[in-house]
Design a protein around this ligand. Structure first.
Ligand code: NAD
Length: 480
């Protein structure tokens, strides 16, 4: 059985414990590889290596760092097919989605930040006749990057790329549920000639490896993407150590549809924003609010299209809905469907598990599910489900839908559908979220600030925000 290895000090190595965790293919429900069950000893080795590497990586000319990163991106591109298949097997997502969306995005992340470093500049603040201030932005040192399982390589590279580009050395932990593409990336980094110790990847469980990274005194900043509960735990530990923190957490995003929208465009995009990647994208719109005058029309058209979605083997091009990433998550999503029924919801389609014929008959599949008849403030509409489950709710006025939309503890992303530009701006300003899409969804420009408000996180990723997070500003004042 294939053994995934840690990547420490430029080498692929077994965990110190010698222990491994089973790594499952969610489409078959079977173990297909082994993931290191690392602990604080591996984190210690990784941190030592990173500290040593920092002495030269942090002062390397930006264009030289950039060249190495671009080489890594090029090698990922060469192995696009291998990586897409690996991601699909590890995570359960359709392979076509990994090949057309996520792995190319991982390449873009590395190219984007690998070139950004050549353009990154700092500020000067002249005090005419008195002095001049300038800001030196220097790398922080060793930083920790912890990522989740839903978009494994995409989110892993979204963190490590700006960290490395700005001259830090990294101790990174991918999710133990989807470790494979980070391992393949380690092989690529070796091939690309990334100096040893600059990037270290320690695999294993969150409470062991993740918390060892969080508490390590020499790791000066933590960039984390994952659940709100885990984020709170990381903050509890890291805040008194005065570590810099970037926390990208959960969501319960509203999708607000007004009667004056372009109906067909909205319908197709709402299918995507509800069920792409089995609804396992933090930006998916899981609470759909529809203006009452088009509620029935929407419901009928939407449910018909949802029922037609092909569920099954993620390796087939025809599959639109793949497997749920883990058994635990599969059970969690199913328990929320039960909860929705107990809360008085009516399941309009889906709501059941699927057993595809053939090799995927033991996999973890859930039919895309649409539920109506729930109040905006019930648990189903307040808690993050993070699966192929959406609720639909009619509304009458802008005030009402804003109250619905803003009622949760989360504030990551919102989507608005209207052809009325004035209303679009008005609602966009009022909705409490870090990102608002108007008449589109998941249209991403890597330069824009990315992140959430309320319990969806602290700080922003993307563009200069990320480069600033991973550097320490120092003001230098010279008297004239
Ligand atoms: P999770 O919080 O369980 O795990 C995320 C990572 O943290 C994993 O690598 C895990 O091993 C690690 N971890 C777990 N416990 C830890 C601890 N005590 N200390 C340090 N690290 C620990 O989240 P998940 O289930 O992997 O991912 C799903 C969640 O991620 C959802 O809530 C989703 O909304 C969120 N998410 C947010 C964004 C965003 O950009 N805001 C993007 C993707 C996913």
């Amino acid at each position: 059985m294939k053994k995934i290895l840690n990547y420490i000090n430029g080498q692929l190595m077994e965990p110190v414990s010698g222990d491994y965790l089973d790594n499952f293919d969610p489409s078959t429900g079977k173990v297909y590889s082994l993931c290191p069950d690392s602990d604080e000893r591996d984190v210690e080795l990784a941190t030592k290596a990173a500290l040593q590497a920092f002495a030269s990586w942090s002062v390397m000319a930006p264009e030289k760092r950039s060249r190495i990163m671009l080489r890594i991106a090029e090698l990922i591109e060469k192995k696009l097919d291998v990586l897409a298949e690996a991601e699909s097997i590890d995570q359960g997502k359709p392979k076509w989605l990994a090949k057309n969306g996520e792995i190319p995005r991982a390449i873009s992340n590395i190219r984007f930040f690998g070139t950004a470093i050549e353009h990154f500049a700092s500020e000067a603040h002249p005090m005419p006749g008195h002095a001049i201030n300038y800001t030196l932005r220097t790398p922080i040192g060793v930083v920790g990057c912890i990522s989740p399982w839903n978009l494994p390589l995409y989110l892993f590279t979204w963190k490590i790329a700006p960290a490395l580009a700005s001259g830090n050395c990294v101790v990174a932990k991918p999710s133990e549920i989807t470790p494979m593409t980070a391992y393949l990336l380690a092989e690529i980094c070796i091939e690309a000639g990334l100096p040893k110790g600059v990037l270290n990847i320690v695999h294993g469980l969150g409470p062991k490896v993740g918390s060892a990274i969080t508490v390590h005194k020499q790791i000066k900043a933590i960039s984390f993407t994952g659940g709100t509960k885990t984020g709170a735990e990381i903050a509890r530990t890291a805040a008194p150590m005065f570590k810099k923190l970037s926390l990208e957490l959960g969501g319960k995003n509203p999708n607000i549809i007004f009667a004056d929208c372009d109906f067909d465009k909205m319908l197709n995009e709402t299918l995507r924003s509800s069920f792409l990647n089995q609804g396992e994208i933090c930006l998916c719109g899981s609470r759909i609010f529809i203006e009452r005058s088009i509620y029935t029309r929407f419901k009928e058209a939407f449910v018909e299209k949802v029922k037609a979605r092909t569920i099954g083997d993620p390796l087939l091009d025809s599959t639109l809905v793949g497997a749920i990433a883990s058994k635990m998550h599969f059970e969690k999503v199913m328990s929320y469907i039960e909860l929705a029924k107990q809360e008085g919801g009516t399941v309009l389609c889906g709501g059941y598990t699927v057993k595809p014929e053939g090799r995927c008959s033991e996999g973890w599949f859930i039919a895309p599910t649409v539920i109506e008849g729930l109040s905006f403030d019930c648990r189903t509409n307040q808690e993050e489900i993070f699966g192929p489950v959406v609720t639909i709710t009619p509304f009458d006025t802008e005030e009402e839908v804003l109250a619905f939309a803003n009622s949760t503890e989360y504030g990551l992303a919102a989507t608005l559908w209207t052809e009325n530009l004035t209303r679009a701006h008005r609602i966009a300003a009022e909705v409490k979220s870090g990102i608002v899409w108007i008449n589109c969804w998941l249209l991403r420009d890597l330069r824009t600030p990315f992140g959430g408000v309320k319990n969806s996180g602290v700080g922003r990723e993307g563009g200069w925000e990320a480069m600033r997070f991973f550097t320490e500003p120092k003001n230098i004042c010279i008297k004239l």
